[in-house]
Design a protein around this ligand. Sequence first.
Ligand code: GLP
Length: 261
Amino acid sequence: MQVIIQPDSEQASLLAAQLIAKIIREKEKPVIGLATGNTPLLLYQLLVKMHREEGLDFSRVISFNLDEYLGLPPEHPGSFHHFMWKNLFSQVNIKPENVHIPDGLTRNIEAHCQQYEEEIKAAGGLDIQVLGLGTDGHIGFNEPSSSLSSRTRIITLFDQTRKDNAIFFESEDQVPYHAITMGIRTILEARICLLMAFGEKKARAISLAVEGPVTTMVPASALQFHPKAISLLDKEAASELRLTDYYQWAYEHQLPEWREF
Ligand code: GLP
């Protein structure tokens, strides 16, 4: 896994925005996997700015979000539909028919999840998947104990995850207990996995995911199997890593033709 440590989340988000913009410019039909939460917020603001100031064109972009709460209508302020339209989609020229987010109100969860997988395949697979990190090591909503071969499915959330995400709701008891999430296998099939984590409260999960053993107990550790997984961190999130000097050294000595950043 490539580990890139930046002095702060602003500089890390800028690198992420530049990578995604490059994929959008270069690909005929860019397929971008997106995440919710506080972590990618600045990345989305930067992409909006690039759209406005540099004409970054989202009209060919096909997007797939990682997850959605079960039981929430798209207009619910806590839903990931609401989050994505508010923070990105409504401010760029993406075509609504190219936006994919699991339907939290689906009546046939299994069929819907299978269809989601098929839609990703039909689009040509994900060129990049942006990932945040749960404090318990989850990616998407793949909580500890999730199968490393899991695909899009229903999951029961950890109590800690519900607590962590309560800020997007009026009160904690409004946070749903279930969600639909891309599986770990689904995520690992993206051509690039970009894990973003900022702040001290992610430091432990990052050290386990990046330098610990691969285990279902830390779902993000499955990224160690990915040929092109990048952890993009600020100093605080990297503070419990052991090989920080090496990561920095390797970043500074990248061969120009191998550079993503
Ligand atoms: C939720 C999302 C995850 C996200 C995580 C971290 O659980 N399902 O995809 O990575 O929140 O959120 P934050 O970025 O707010 O720390």
